[in-house]
Design a protein around this ligand. Structure first.
Ligand code: 088
Length: 232
């Protein structure tokens, strides 16, 4: 049957995509990627600054997701804490699939590889970046997939999971229709996108280990990162 995106689905998508594009990391932070030295310490500090800036960007984006601010306040926090790492992997993956001027991509990769992250986490991380890059996602798909990841009902400590499902389902529905309309030659494209969300969950686990090993080497995080990642 003919798939059709309704007027209200167009409106929902417009709000989410505009919020996603409006919030970019401040240019001075992104520019630092190219300027500062390459010591492990310098790389860690730069990545910490970028992660902190990305969390601020993420909070602003999340507040613009229709219905999010009418959720129970503790649940809003639980969703943000539960999805921050996944949203930032998605965001940084967009950078690796040439979202930023090309010079930045190699530099960012170099800095991540030399920031005290052990080899065992590099492989799954860069495999994920590659698997996202191969999808050549449109910005609408990136924005909706990020909103869907944030609106995951079964995050730890979420009390009213049904309320979160009621927000996530319309996003899934419009993303499914968008995939059918934009990738008619690839009927499994929507399923592949959702498969990335499963891959993201495994990265949460690796990330928790990365945090532990950084802390073992006495690396310090910013107050915002400590709060969202429950460290210190
Ligand atoms: C605290 C810090 C060392 C850290 O811990 N885990 C991760 C970490 C790592 Cl090492 C990899 C993936 C996710 C995380 Cl949280 C990080 C670094 O977090 C980052 C680093 C870069 C990121 C982000 C998010 C995006 N980018 C790329 C980017 C750069 C410039 C502009 C823009 C833009 O959006 O305009 C984006 C997060």
């Amino acid at each position: 049957e003919k798939v059709k995106i309704t007027k209200e689905q167009q409106a929902l998508m417009k709000v989410v995509v505009e919020a996603y594009n409006r919030h970019q990391i401040p240019q001075d932070v992104a520019k630092k990627l190219l300027q500062e030295q390459y010591s492990e310490e310098e790389n860690f500090l730069l990545l910490t600054e970028m992660a902190t800036s990305q969390v601020q960007v993420l909070v602003e984006f999340t507040k613009n997701i229709p219905g999010f601010l009418s959720l129970n306040h503790e649940d809003q926090i639980a969703l943000l804490k539960g999805s921050a790492v996944e949203a930032m992997f998605l965001r940084s993956a967009q950078v690796f699939s040439r979202k930023m001027p090309n010079g930045h991509t190699e530099v960012l990769e170099e800095r991540i590889r030399k920031s005290g992250i052990s080899e065992e986490f590099m492989t799954p991380m860069f495999n994920f970046y590659k698997s996202i890059g191969e999808l050549h996602m449109m910005q609408e798909e990136q924005a909706l997939l990020t909103a869907i990841a944030i609106l995951t009902p079964d995050r730890p400590y979420v009390k009213d999971q049904q309320a979160v499902e009621r927000l996530q389902e319309p996003m899934l529905d419009v993303l499914r229709k968008l995939c059918v309309l934009q990738h008619p030659q690839e009927p499994q494209y929507f399923a592949r996108l959702l498969g990335r969300l499963t891959e993201l969950r495994t990265l949460n686990h690796y990330h928790a280990e990365m945090l532990t090993s950084w802390r073992m080497n006495d690396h310090k995080f910013t107050p915002l990162l400590c709060e969202i990642w429950d460290v210190e």
